[in-house]
Write a protein that binds this ligand. Structure first.
Ligand code: PMP
Length: 394
């Protein structure tokens, strides 16, 4: 029977990781995969997570099942982190999921259950997994213009023109902050305009927020998601704890469904629990428990927020250094966008030939669409990258 199966396309970023590992050149630089790395190239366990883990080991008395939607304390803590007080708690249904990917998947599953004919409008480009999950699920995908290849900023006029075509029963998929893969983000005024358009068209927003705290800070990064959630009758929010808590492999995420009243919330909550049961039953708990402990213990929370701020500042510092190094070498401002982008990624906006050249001639690895992971750099490698960019003629 399995002879009917065809080879599945390899994940490009994971395939690139393998090529990098096999490269014997000692000076190689990995700007590919989307994990945070410190100046030593290490993805550390955050201090507060480590402390919570120790506490948990000492106090945990059972590994028995939690609820189908996970521990409600995790949902409460994450809803507070992502949405602040912008929406009444009684209007929010939520379920713990295996990572942000699980949250995205469960969100799409809820959409499909509600309206199998829903069209999902996605930013062009978007995180490739959005599209492969949608394809796998058979949901219709519609791109909306997002990245302006000339300015390397948001093509806001194009975006608004395309989103005007989404209507009631459609989904508009937005990145809450730190857009992956471009690093180009909406301003607060632009978020307000998107909200006004959503109110006009009646399309349902779904916000993927995977990098809260990596851009302009925990509160500023939540501006868009809070504005949307408090301004439209319904929305979905998929949150990941992988990056901002550094718990990648623990698979920790939350899907939230915001509705206009508590009667609808009850049905949504039942739906999310039902979908968890169909797909994997109880969600993983270890990472969720650590995150809950960190968020609800004032000392752990303060230490976590401080470390996250150090991470954010270090990425901002690398951005500033790279932009000014490129300004010096090129004698122009055409790389200033690197300092304006936010989050872990920037799209250089060059051809795949140039990306290949950087890899072949300079052992610098980035994703084929010219996405580079800023956190893969350190103060010593920034000048090396800048020189290589100029040398290959980008
Ligand atoms: N959404 C976006 C936009 C992402 O970049 C990522 C991480 N690559 C995720 C969701 C999900 O990450 P995870 O499943 O590791 O939590």
């Amino acid at each position: 029977m399995f002879e009917t199966l065809k080879e599945q396309p390899a994940d490009k970023i994971l395939a690139l990781m393998q090529v990098y590992r096999d490269d014997p050149r000692p000076e190689k630089i990995d700007l590919g995969v989307g994990v945070y790395k410190n100046a030593e190239g290490v993805t550390p366990v955050m201090r507060a997570i480590k402390a919570a883990e120790k506490q948990l080991w000492e106090t945990e008395t059972t590994k028995s099942y939690t609820g189908l939607a996970g521990d409600p304390a995790f949902a409460d803590a994450m809803i507070d982190l992502v949405l602040g007080g912008s929406v009444a708690r009684g209007n929010i249904a939520a379920a713990a999921t295996p990572g942000g990917t699980g949250a995205v998947r469960q969100g799409f599953d809820m959409v499909k259950l509600a309206n199998v004919g829903a069209r999902v409008f996605y930013s062009d480009p978007t995180w490739p997994n959005h599209l492969s999950i949608l394809k796998h699920m058979g949901l219709e995908q519609v791109p909306y213009r997002y990245f302006d290849e000339d300015t390397r900023g948001v093509d806001f006029d194009g975006m608004m023109a395309d989103l005007a075509k989404a209507g009631a029963g459609d989904i508009v998929l937005l990145h809450g902050c730190c857009h992956n893969p471009t690093g180009a983000n909406l301003t607060q005024i632009q978020w307000q305009e998107v909200v006004a358009l959503l109110q006009k068209t009646g399309a349902t927003p779904m916000i993927d927020i995977a990098y809260q705290g990596f851009g302009d800070g925990l509160e500023d990064d939540a501006y868009g998601v809070r504005l949307v959630a408090s301004s439209v009758p319904e929305c979905l929010i998929a949150a990941s704890c992988s990056k901002n808590f550094g718990v990648y492999r623990e698979r920790t995420g939350l899907i939230m469904a915001v509705s206009a009243d508590s009667a609808r919330q009850k049905i949504n909550q039942g739906t999310l629990s039902f979908l968890n049961r169909q797909n994997y039953s109880f969600p993983p708990d270890h990472g969720a428990r650590l995150v809950t402990m960190v968020l609800t213990d004032p000392a752990l929370r303060a230490d976590w927020a401080a470390e996250l701020e150090e991470v954010r500042q270090s990425m901002l510092g690398l951005r500033t250094q790279l932009a000014s190094e490129l300004q010096r070498l090129s004698g122009s401002d055409r790389f200033a966008f690197i300092g304006q982008h936010r989050g872990m990624f920037s799209r250089l906006g060059t051809t795949s030939d140039m990306v290949d050249k950087l890899r072949d001639e300079h052992a610098i690895y980035m994703v084929g669409d010219s996405r580079l992971n800023i956190a893969g750099l350190n103060t010593q490698t920034v000048p090396i990258l800048a020189e290589a960019i100029i040398k290959v003629g980008i």
